[in-house]
Design a protein around this ligand. Structure first.
Ligand SMILES: [Fe+2]
Ligand SMILES: [Fe+2]
Length: 358
């Protein structure tokens, strides 16, 4: 099939959206066969993008042709990573590895959680939306898109995904560090707080709200992860603190490349929903824009408010203890805190409900 034909197509089978095509060389990370691979001139190509890449581009350009806007999240909303790059390097240079090992392990666990997207229930979207959905990303969520995303994050069969790739980067850079046994437990304890939010749009029914809410949440996480990737690249590719600057830094760059289709299909599908009209459970309708913006607004407000503190709390909890590994812990803590950067979330998310937009 020619490139032009591919670009015109907007309908794909699940098999197509899950296919990677052939690689010249597989990606092996710390002895683990991972997804993706290299083409003849050594360039990394993300897994399952042979058709998924052109498909997403076609859905986005169709949305634009039909006058729909593509959702944009302001990069200013992205909270900084804690410890920041300078702080992480300072710790490593002083032989204090535990906080950085923890941070990298948390990232790998959270990547693995991404597999949950395959369990999201997709209601009958053809019935729910007033406008047709044939040839959209929305019509392909259950037909390959969620499954491809799940496989990318947590691996599939004997191929590692992002979870294994972050572990490999961590282990190569920090020479197989001892992993604290309580990372997952502490992470789960934090996630359990707050419980499930009240429905924001009871009129659309719980199934659709859960699906759109989950997608909006993952989109925000994926976009915010951009800061985490840059942090990972900056720390792990510095030969002063990393034992494998090329391997570990390169691995994070590969993961970073794989995230692009995640961000782009979620943006496409949520933007398609935003451009449509939703039938409510009581036989009326509501603008998709009201629902999608409302969900994004709520998530962005929550994440910009709680995430920086959560991360700080996590790190601070063990910091003083971990610093005992340094020759002068009190002085190190002072230096560490002096490198702190203040961050205040922007006042607006960009998705404010119409009535209270200033
Ligand atoms: Fe990922
Ligand atoms: Fe992702």
């Amino acid at each position: 099939m020619s490139t032009a034909e591919l670009e015109d197509r907007t309908s794909f089978s699940a098999v197509e959206l899950l296919s990677s095509g052939d690689y010249d060389e597989p990606l092996i990370a710390n002895g683990v066969r991972c997804h993706g691979g290299f083409d003849a001139d050594g360039r990394y190509r993300s897994p399952r993008t042979l058709h998924r890449g052109p498909a997403i581009a076609a859905w986005q350009s169709r949305l634009a042709d039909e006058g729909g806007a593509l959702i944009e999240l302001s990069p200013g909303l992205m909270p900084p990573q804690y410890p920041n790059v300078a702080q992480a390097k300072l710790l490593l240079q002083n032989g204090v590895r535990d906080p950085v090992v923890r941070a990298l392990t948390i990232i790998s666990i959270v990547e693995g959680f991404g597999a949950m997207i395959r369990d999201v229930q997709v209601p009958d979207l053809g019935e729910i939306f007033v406008e047709p959905i044939e040839g959209t990303a929305l019509a392909h969520l259950e037909k390959g898109l969620f499954e491809a995303h799940a496989r990318d994050e947590s691996g599939y069969r004997d191929e590692g995904g992002h979870k294994q790739m972050w572990e490999a980067a961590r282990d190569a850079a920090l020479e197989n560090p001892k992993i604290p046994g309580d990372v997952l437990m502490r992470l789960m304890g934090r996630r359990g707080r707050g419980g499930r939010p009240e429905p924001a749009f009871p009129e659309i029914g719980p199934e659709l709200e859960r699906m759109l809410g989950f997608m909006a949440n993952v989109l925000v996480v994926e976009v915010f992860a951009e800061g985490t990737f840059q942090w990972g690249i900056d720390v792990l590719s510095d030969p002063a603190v990393s034992a494998a600057p090329d391997v570990a830094g390169g691995m994070v760059r590969n993961i970073q490349a794989d995230e692009k289709p995640h961000v782009e299909y979620l943006r496409a599908a949520l933007s398609e929903a935003r451009a449509r009209t939703i039938r409510t459970v009581d036989g009326k309708t509501i603008a998709g824009q009201q629902v999608v913006d409302g969900l994004l607004h709520r998530i962005l407000r929550q994440m910009t408010k709680t995430r920086p503190n959560d991360q700080r709390e996590d790190v601070r909890e063990g910091l003083v203890e971990a610093m005992k590994a340094a020759s002068n812990p009190a002085r190190l803590l002072e230096e560490f805190d002096a490198l702190d950067q203040d961050w205040t979330p922007p006042g607006k998310t960009g998705f404010e409900p119409a009535q209270d937009a200033a």
